[in-house]
Design a protein around this ligand. Sequence first.
Ligand SMILES: C[C@H]1O[C@H](OP(=O)(O)OP(=O)(O)OC[C@H]2O[C@@H](n3cnc4c(=O)[nH]c(N)nc43)[C@H](O)[C@@H]2O)[C@@H](O)[C@@H](O)C1=O
Length: 329
Amino acid sequence: MTAKKIKTAFITGISGQDGAYLSKLLHEKDYKIIGITRNNHSDSLEKLKFFKIEQFVIMEECDLLDISSVLNLVKKYNPDEIYNLAAQSSVGLSFKQPIGTINFNIISVLNLLEAIRLVKNDIRFYQASSSEMFGKVSNLPVHINTPMHPLSPYAISKASAHWIVVNYRESYSLFACNGVLFNHESYLRSNSFFVKKVLQETVKNRDKSDWTLKVGNIDIKRDFGYSPNYVQAMWLMLQKNDPEDFIICSGKSITLRSIIEYVFKKLNVSLDRLVIDNDLMRPTDIEDIYGDNTPAKVKLGWDYNLDFYEVLDLLIEEELSFFSKSSNN
Ligand SMILES: C[C@H]1O[C@H](OP(=O)(O)OP(=O)(O)OC[C@H]2O[C@@H](n3cnc4c(=O)[nH]c(N)nc43)[C@H](O)[C@@H]2O)[C@@H](O)[C@@H](O)C1=O
């Protein structure tokens, strides 16, 4: 009997929410995981520590804007798969730092694809593409071929990176594909994002008499899902016989206001605590967006049927439980 080959995977952006859930998944599948971060600070390991898997990940510091560093790393480990999750991922920040966002989110992808092309062209490449690139859509649900009208520097950077991946696939026959993920949340989401901010602030401050929740435009709609399930789709995409781009979403949009109302009601918080702050509004924002996940379900066998209110129930429970643990310490 031949021994099963251990696969090696690079995960760029391993310190984020998806990096942690994907590491957990690949660890369960016996991968050798190389985690790539911009700087090897101890806080890069925080989310891996949450799952107690930090000792199973080899961490490497690498500036993805520097092609020599990327080439050296690919030569050193000869990975089978690269999951590119690294990005300046905040849409809001991209309005303040458009050049940095566009520069990093495009050149890092080009460098990784060039390294694959030059060093080992059978490495399978996953790009974290984003629903933001569709922007101002006139027909819903969004499909993979829906025309793009990006509404932010972040969205422009993700649209460019998306087409670079398609171009490398078509020009050099690389196994490179885009997972176009819609908003997806979890306990490990950074608190600069809307859902985590609402949950964390409300759980932490609900008993304080002078606390208010300040938010921007909440009369818009988004298609929200659950991160642990979305990273499964990333892995499934790289196990297919042929590379293909997929929309990964729940298929339904809900208003941000309804999320706040739901969380406040569950936690017995009065809506008087809600304050709309114009400083938190973006120059442009998507009014409503949701996608069609049928191809992912049919062709990848991706299983997703969660309603976002079910996800919220789970997240509220987790937030309450970790908050009470941290207050008791
Ligand atoms: C798919 C996409 O998903 C994420 O991008 P995002 O949609 O910008 O995520 P968010 O949670 O920051 O905003 C969601 C919505 O909520 C509105 N909003 C209102 N009030 C606040 C507020 O107070 N804070 C924030 N952050 N947003 C607010 C805000 O204007 C926006 O319409 C990233 O993963 C990104 O990398 C990605 O690819």
